[in-house]
Ligand binder design. Structure first.
Ligand SMILES: [Zn+2]
Length: 251
């Protein structure tokens, strides 16, 4: 089975003690590719470094809405031209924590969508309690390749995204007891979803509360397989194909 981890933060300090051992274990245990996602200047640089060090790791660069107030377009544009950078992200809006003012978040989101279009890279969206505003801003530009990371909307919103030709990405939150994602998982077409951990966060059941890692993708796969009534291997393969086409092949 080949697994594509489409969203992890393996440069974060939670992995400082055992990063290399963990990655080697991931690669031995079916995780074929990993996208390491930047959120600010430091993590974007670290993501590119990690991608330089490991053949099967790729990087995404961008300013998370929390860090929008420190946005540095020149840095992101420079890093984005690196041959192992495969996406702009994670970018978006976060109206749950509002760590940057909403106007700043929106402005920085627009600037990064414009950059992605200019240099022809896919976009990884972070959307927390901001579905309507993100959708409105994205439709001003209609970028061809967009994924809503850690999708948290309902099936009506999922339908709107899929209609646009965009993707949704599912994390360990699908395994949570209070998850509202069952209908979304059931309706999402085979060719419109990816899987991810968002490590070190969002550990799936039965690992909740512990540090997450790409090794736990199997729990996400099993849950999706269970809801969709398909073999886990098929879920892994579908999401692998989708992610490979999206991130690693030029349209
Ligand atoms: Zn993330």
């Amino acid at each position: 089975m080949n697994i594509f981890e489409t969203h992890a933060h393996l440069d974060f300090p939670q992995f400082n003690k055992d990063r290399n051992e963990l990655l080697q274990k991931c690669f031995r245990e079916d995780v074929k590719y990993i996208i390491n996602v930047g959120v600010d200047a430091k993590s974007c640089k670290a993501s590119v470094k990690l991608a330089e060090k490991y053949e099967n790791i790729f990087a995404s660069v961008g300013y998370h809405p929390h860090d929008a107030k420190d946005f540095d377009l020149m840095l992101i544009e420079k890093l984005a031209k690196h041959k192992k950078v495969v996406a702009i992200g994670e970018i978006g809006l976060d109206y749950y924590r509002n760590l940057s003012p909403r106007d700043v978040q929106k402005n920085v989101l627009r600037k990064q969508i414009e950059l992605a279009l200019k240099i022809d890279l896919p976009i990884i969206i972070h959307d927390r309690d901001a579905h309507a505003d993100i959708y409105e801003i994205l439709t001003e530009y209609n970028p061809p390749k967009v994924v809503f990371h850690c999708f948290s909307g309902d099936e009506v919103f999922a339908e709107k995204i899929i209609e646009k030709g965009w993707f949704i990405s599912l994390t360990g939150t699908v395994t949570y007891k209070n998850s509202h994602l069952e209908n979304v998982v059931r309706m999402v077409p085979k060719d419109k979803f990816f899987i991810e951990t968002d490590s070190p966060y969002l550990s799936p059941v039965p690992k909740r509360g512990k540090r997450n890692s790409p090794l736990n993708l199997r729990y996400v796969i099993e849950k999706i397989a269970d809801i969709k009534r398909l073999p886990p291997k098929m879920i892994a393969e579908m999401s692998f194909q989708n992610a490979e086409n999206f991130f690693l092949k030029k349209a």
